[in-house]
Design a protein around this ligand. Structure first.
Ligand code: GLY
Length: 257
């Protein structure tokens, strides 16, 4: 097939449904039998503003994703998450842990694009800014098959938004060693700067990876969280870093209507 241009990889063709709609991420915790929802987020995969340029691991995210309404979340639990957990248990391979469902919200309802078995990066940062309660106890309940009797996860009604500061060159070869200063200034007023790819060289904090920092703020709206996150970004002194300037743009536009 294909005149051998792809070697063995060209021996099989997979035809997939072409789905159109908006992407959103939904999270759930499973103990192998019971499964509980763990709220939603939306990330920004492309490196450039306006969702342009190459794909990355994620240049920013916000939570919750209002596009995933309570009604749609219930549909995702009923039609996607619970059947997955029940089928895995029935096949003798119960799944214990977090399910991260990458969804396409199509005109025919939510459809599953992929599952990840992690909280996501940078989705985890925005989920954790909003989670209220004893996270370790919840994970322990999942690990010990006792989710049915655990406290349901509670989340702040505020929005959280995180902006990834990446090292120049990312998602190609990132420039390592660039100095990062003024994190404490950026964190003033309740902003959290999570470290993703940093290291200490002597007494200086430096970039040591592609995605370097997650500047994460909360607000009563996505627009407010966005404004606070970028105000913090602008306080950072990280000359070899860059970020997208439009994280949350879809929801900010919807809020403005
Ligand atoms: N940001 C996507 C992931 O962690 O898979």
């Amino acid at each position: 097939m294909f005149g051998g241009a792809f070697g063995g990889a060209g021996a099989e063709v997979v035809i997939e449904e072409f789905m159109t709609g908006e992407e959103a991420s939904f999270f759930a915790l499973s103990d192998g039998t019971d499964v509980i929802a763990f709220d939603s987020a939306q990330d920004h995969k492309r490196v450039g503003d306006g969702d342009t340029g190459p794909n990355t691991g994620g240049m920013g995210a916000y939570s919750p994703a209002p596009v995933l309404t309570a009604e749609l979340e219930a549909a995702v639990m009923d039609r996607i998450i619970r059947p997955t957990v029940a089928t895995l248990a029935a096949e003798g391979t119960p799944y214990v842990g977090v399910l991260f469902a990458g969804l396409m919200l199509t005109g025919e309802g939510p459809k599953l694009i992929e599952y990840n078995c992690r909280f996501g990066d940078p989705e985890c940062q925005v989920l954790m800014m909003r989670f209220k309660g004893d996270f370790a106890a919840l994970l322990h309940a999942a690990a010990t098959g006792t989710l049915a009797t655990a406290d349901a996860p509670a989340f702040s009604h505020d929005y959280a938004l995180t902006v990834v500061m990446a090292a120049s060159g990312y998602p190609g070869t990132p420039e390592k060693g660039g100095a990062i200063r003024r994190i404490a200034d950026a964190e003033a007023g309740g902003v959290r700067v999570f470290h993703a790819g940093t290291a200490r060289e002597d007494r200086t904090l430096v970039a040591a990876g592609g995605r370097v920092l997650n500047v994460t703020a909360t607000g009563k709206s996505v627009a407010q969280a966005q404004m606070r996150a970028y105000a913090a970004v602008d306080k950072l002194d990280f000359p070899t870093g860059f970020c997208r300037r439009d994280i949350g743009w879809r929801e900010v536009a919807r809020e403005a209507k």
